[in-house]
Write a protein that binds this ligand. Structure first.
Ligand code: 6PG
Length: 245
């Protein structure tokens, strides 16, 4: 596994950097004559990234051959303010030339276990396999202050190690059910990109990147087997890394 750390001044520069990287990668994939399969992260950090795609890259022709999935979703309706899908729809899909058939949202309104099964089938139908496991071109992830990623929380590492494609998770504080990709799929991706912003993430970033043996964090277990792991940080999130001190 190749690991890269990139630091941007702030969340806006981070968003511009990730968006430019995505378009460059998509152009490469499309030049090979195939579609690209992405899994988008949830939470607030990526909103600027999606906004840049909806504004600066609204007319990018590559959206025609790009399939959009999610790394995880809250079990809420698509019009809920908590929906990861709704956030992307508002700032990106509603503005850019993305074919509706390319958008594969997790149906948070469905019964969780049924949806985990249904979404796993939808992924299998659309994403190429490597060693029998779906291989996304890029999986985007966020990082919680407790070291969770996607919707895999500390204490639920069994969900990370699950051989299934999707699992049902429960948020430890709110009890909210979520559908999440498992580590089996995450670590099979060609590229995994963490986007982390803010001083409140500095401790967990330093812990994970400079104390890798602290493997009890789900995010510490993200190690794409035959892929590249990129940490896109802003200065605040990187502020406790000794290598950038
Ligand atoms: C979610 C995400 C979750 C998120 C992190 C970071 O649905 O909330 O799956 O893993 O990426 O909690 O969230 P922020 O970007 O809001 O800090």
């Amino acid at each position: 596994m190749e690991q890269i750390i990139k630091v941007s001044r702030d969340n806006h520069e981070l968003a511009m950097e990730i968006a430019g990287d995505l378009v460059h990668t998509l152009n490469q994939i499309h030049s090979e004559g195939r579609k690209a399969a992405l899994a988008l992260s949830g939470g607030n950090t990526p909103k600027q990234f999606f906004s840049v795609l909806g504004n600066l890259y609204r007319d990018f022709e590559g959206w025609q051959n790009t399939l959009f999935f999610w790394s995880d979703e809250r079990c809420v309706p698509p019009d809920s303010p908590e929906s990861n899908y709704r956030m992307v729809q508002e700032v990106f899909f509603d503005k850019a030339a993305v074919p509706r058939g390319n958008i594969h949202r997790i149906m948070g309104e469905n019964e969780p276990w049924m949806e985990a099964e249904r979404y796993s089938s939808e992924i299998l139908e659309n994403v190429p396999l490597r060693l029998g496991v779906p291989r996304f071109d890029i999986i985007y992830l966020g990082l919680g202050e407790d070291g969770h990623t996607a919707s895999i929380f500390p204490g639920n590492l069994d969900l990370f190690d699950s051989s299934r494609i999707c699992e049902v998770a429960v948020h430890p504080a709110t009890g909210q059910k979520r559908i999440t990709l498992t580590g089996t799929v995450i670590n099979n991706a060609a590229r995994v990109i963490f986007a982390v912003s803010g001083r409140n993430k500095a401790e967990i970033v330093a812990e994970i990147l400079e104390n890798p043996s602290s493997g009890n964090y789900p995010a510490s277990l993200v190690k794409p087997l035959s892929g590249r792991l990129t940490w896109h940080l802003d200065l605040e999130a990187a502020s406790l890394l000794t290598q950038f001190a």
